[in-house]
Design a protein around this ligand. Structure first.
Ligand code: HEC
Ligand code: HEC
Length: 290
């Protein structure tokens, strides 16, 4: 200890002996409660080192007498979950879709599982709960591009839509009538008026008549004579209020001019069969299942 230690006149405390230009430092000790807490935490930490994993060693680490780690806990939880799910998964694998739907226990299991997988994989495109986004169909309504039966949904999930990597993918390309100069600008305008007329929104009555001819020759093969759509071809109904790419005159003109070619990834191989079955049951239940 320094010899400069002295008593401060004003406070009656000792100084530390440090002095800067006549300013002296009082020796103010830490409060005793603080010191006790400090020592308790030191002792506690030693106990902690003993029972929990702590210091690294040359090749490993001290495991602690309890042997707990987040990893072992995670493994245990995962094993429990897998074990609980195993009987359901086996039955999912063995049963056909209609059998799964008519078994209330399996139905509940599939709905919960399907919902979770949907949120992870499908919601970014199809919206939360399958409510749809422009260009990504709603899965909650009765309008189906490729079919809303259990079987059709299952097939769509397996092979995707316009998904080149899958050779069985659902495929049909609407021509880009404007860009590829298959129709004149006037003809496109006429046929758009014809389409608008189904929802009573046409403004030019003569154009409708001319558009009907254009439709018959260029569109009916895919969208059907009555424009109500053809599911085998993934061609949407043009007479209802549901539009994948928007139903304004400008939107419809854009669809006819440039074609849209929506792409849906194939999930076969990426998700296992049981998961695809759960998703099928979930999507089918969303409201519009056929
Ligand atoms: C990258 C975006 C994308 C993702 C991710 C995606 N989809 Fe799709 N999905 C689409 C598009 C686009 C279409 C419409 C394609 C078309 O125009 O025919 C579609 C169509 C569908 C259809 C057919 C709808 C009908 O009316 O016939 C179903 C069913 C479907 N998706 C389910 C799913 C499920 C379940 C998942 C998650 C496993 C999923 N989709 C993930 C883009 C996506
Ligand atoms: C070879 C088949 C085929 C032909 C021919 C065809 N379409 Fe399409 N059309 C489709 C398909 C498939 C879609 C869905 C496109 C997608 O999702 O990428 C579609 C989509 C549309 C849409 C968008 C519908 C929506 O819900 O947003 C409109 C509008 C449309 N077609 C109008 C026409 C008109 C008008 C013609 C004739 C000039 C025509 N199509 C000819 C197959 C066809």
């Amino acid at each position: 200890m320094s010899t400069n230690v002295e008593k401060d006149q004003v406070s009656g405390r000792e100084t530390t002996g440090h002095e800067w230009d006549g300013i002296k430092e009082l020796n103010t000790p830490l409060p005793s409660w603080w010191v006790y807490v400090f020592w308790i935490t030191c002792i506690w930490s030693v106990g902690y080192w003993v029972v929990y994993p702590s210091w690294p060693t040359a090749n490993d680490y001290l495991k602690g007498t309890f042997g707990t780690t987040n990893r072992t806990e995670l493994h245990e939880t995962m094993n429990n979950v897998t074990a609980e799910r195993a009987p359901y998964m086996e039955r999912l694998a063995a049963l056909e879709l209609p059998e799964i739907v008519s078994d209330s226990e399996l139905l509940n299991f599939s709905m919960a599982g399907g919902k979770a997988v949907f949120a992870d994989n499908c919601a970014p495109c199809h919206g939360t709960g399958g409510s749809g986004n422009p260009g990504f169909p709603s899965l909650q309504d009765d309008a189906w591009l490729w079919g809303g039966s259990l079987e059709a949904i299952n097939e769509t999930l397996h092979v995707g839509i316009r998904w080149d990597a899958n050779e069985d993918t659902r495929f049909n390309d609407m021509p880009a009538f404007g860009r590829d100069e298959l129709l004149e600008r006037d003809q496109i305008n006429d046929v758009v008026e014809y389409v608008l007329a189904f929802s009573d929104r046409a403004t030019d009555m003569q154009a409708i008549d001319r558009g009907a001819v254009v439709f018959e020759e260029n569109c009916a093969a895919c969208h059907g004579e009555n424009a109500k759509g053809v599911q085998e071809l993934g061609a949407p109904n043009l007479t209802d209020a549901i539009w994948l790419y928007g139903g304004s005159k400008a939107n419809i003109t854009e669809s006819v001019m440039n074609s849209r070619r929506g792409v849906m990834p194939a999930w076969g191989g990426r998700l296992d069969e049981e998961t695809i079955k759960m998703l099928t049951v979930y999507v089918h239940s969303l409201g519009g299942g056929q």
